[in-house]
Design a protein around this ligand. Sequence first.
Ligand code: CA
Ligand code: CA
Ligand code: CA
Ligand code: CA
Length: 253
Amino acid sequence: MKTFANIRALGLLSSTLFLIVGETRSAVLDWDTVSWTPNGLTATYVDVNGSGVDMTVTISGDTGTLASQLSNTLTGGLNPPQNSLLLAVDWASKSETITVTVTFSELVNNVSYNLFSVDRGDNVGGGIRTYVDQISTLTATDGNTTYAASITAGAHNAIEGTGINQTIYGSGGPNPPDDSGKGNTTISYGTNPVNSLTFTYGNRSDSQSNPAAQAIALHDINFTVVPEVPAGAGSAMLCLVGILAHQKRKKGA
Ligand SMILES: [Ca+2]
Ligand SMILES: [Ca+2]
Ligand SMILES: [Ca+2]
Ligand SMILES: [Ca+2]
């Protein structure tokens, strides 16, 4: 009887723990299933992939020449190609940049995404290129702590710097074609709970001073919903722990 009662109490405890811990669920902002106004600078997506999480994507900075659109022109090597958010610019100065910020309506984790075509143009002499795609400010935050990205470089890009000062830039050559995966890079934030991420797109110092037309593409954004502790669940668990302890005292000793 004692064993049976304890097993029953343990069963109740574990089902309560399950309710408290809840279910982790993966979701994705899939550019094949949402829309983006061509040349727009922001969009909000409600209940992304049924996650209950809303996301807002905003582009700021030197957006004068920016052409933003959903496109499968830069494929990242995917076959069949998928849509991604194409960011095409033709800046007059290599100091111009745009910043992409993605916010989530609640804390999420396991955030990761790929950028396509982080590469560079032809050598115009002396190691200077027509453009050199460079991604910087690769960070995410929960509103208090700023987290550095884990970056995986592709065949035609390279990482420099450390922590929140890391950048990834086009390297190698020749310039890979639009349907190549050689300019891919993967950005992830692991188990850090975050509600905002950002990156800045510009040119590295080895670009010519007036960069040629250039582009990258932001592919699907993956994340995991962080389960919430329902109100009262904590005290319900404490209550069950109390019952279990009481039964042990009553029946044991
Ligand atoms: Ca997709
Ligand atoms: Ca230019
Ligand atoms: Ca590019
Ligand atoms: Ca290219």
